[in-house]
Design a protein around this ligand. Sequence first.
Ligand SMILES: [Ca+2]
Ligand SMILES: [Ca+2]
Length: 537
Amino acid sequence: MDSHACQQGPKRLSNFWLALTLLIAPLGAQAQIQTNAKSSSPIIVADFSSMTNGPLAGTQMDAPMSTFTVNGQRLWIKSEWNYQAGGIKHSLHQGSLDAPYASLKWSKTSCNRGTNNFCVNGPGTAFTAFNTSDTIDVWFVNAYQANEQGEILAFVHEERVGGSGGVAGNQEGKTRIGLAWSSNGGESWTYLGRILSAHGEPQPHNIQGLPYVTRDGYIYVYFTDTSGIAIARAPIADVIAEARQGNAGAQLWKKYYAGAFTEPGLGGNSSRIAPWGITHSQATYSTHTGKYYMALTFMTWGGRNTNVDLYESHDAINWSPSLSIADETASNSHPVSGYQYCSIADAAGRTNAISGQHIYIYCLKDPGVVPRNFAIYRWKVNLGVSKDTFRQSTDFSSSQGPYWWYQKGSDAGIFDLNWISSYWGSSTDWPRIWRDSMHPAPVEIPVLKWVAPKAGTVRIEGTLRDADITCGDGVNASVVHNGEQIYSTAIDNGDTVGKSLNIVRHVIPGDGIFFMVGARANHFCDSSRWDPSITYE
Ligand SMILES: [Ca+2]
Ligand SMILES: [Ca+2]
């Protein structure tokens, strides 16, 4: 966003927040509330330090996380690119839905190396048995648990040649989807073989993958074929029976083509389906809505926006847009960054791509950026009718109230901003409040106010980030509930990962929650992404 050449000295912010806090008084509001499905604002559930701790130093998550449970413990299998030493590592963590990186159980390379750098059997690696002779590397991309006692079927993305194996100068090469099997709760894995490849096996082609859902005894998977995003399916019970025998059962998998599942999974033809985006993601079926949901992403390649889009389907075949989870301009991000590797989990803890009314969507924010700073963002999505989720960007309006108020504050008091074509601003030009961001002035700061329509317990979420990343000295931010400061933070210039707010408060009708961004020493280049949400629990 714009910088502004105004000459004002630094503000004594600590006193300023206090003074402003005391000025804030709640307003009453009683009006209609929203009835659409909604997403919360994102929070960070794994930060850079936790994701690169210990043996994960020098790595970056390189595929969606996959979660399953064994004897009541929630586990997460992940694949990381070792950008310091080269190659792919894998890690198994135990952790809750709120903290997937809580406890590292192991971190291992894929396999031992034979002729031409191809994988051969372990021991000491993630895959202790390999059934193919020409695989360079694999990535865990999804998991289906056969039971709670530790029989896990994993879908793996496979690349036969490529820089992924530490071999310079190659693209993705021939990529396929394979299966892996663990009978000991994910401690070790047997690579069973391939089940899917693109039509005609072109090279290079990235098959990506692999969201799955279950329907009528089949497991449906989605991947990127030469035609676009395509579907294949196989009977679950037969797949598990083959896996227990050490077989991939490739013959069980049929691609959807011209209205029927008739084409072979390996190299067969396919019909593209409507959604568009990166299929390094996951999907789920909601028992609450009776619909299937799939997340797809895009990065800031070529200067386009970075997106996380949720699609929905009644039959797991025909899909349509459901909800925009994130849509952010490239100028707010570093080049070749944004969102990728999205996982979906039921907020109540169910596994195997089955969900209720609420799901969590986890995505890696800012892969591929040097200097590296990334984190896992998580959104909570209410798939059903929601009267209880408020989010600044979704609710943004050219009218003041009744829930969101767009104001400015200083020692002189708090006043409404004016609507100026596409944002809220002031006769003194700054401060401003846009749909998903704010910009302070040296003295006046933007005050985004939410007024509670009813009593209840609310969760306040959001992540403050720099939106003008090439200049400035960063910003401070504060959240106040009525007269009490409940959160404060600061971010440096260029921090596109930011700091998260995740606070639970009790409110009564008319309570005010105030979100404010201050300039630090100066307000140059201080446009800041902040899109807080408030959800009744
Ligand atoms: Ca900045
Ligand atoms: Ca500043």
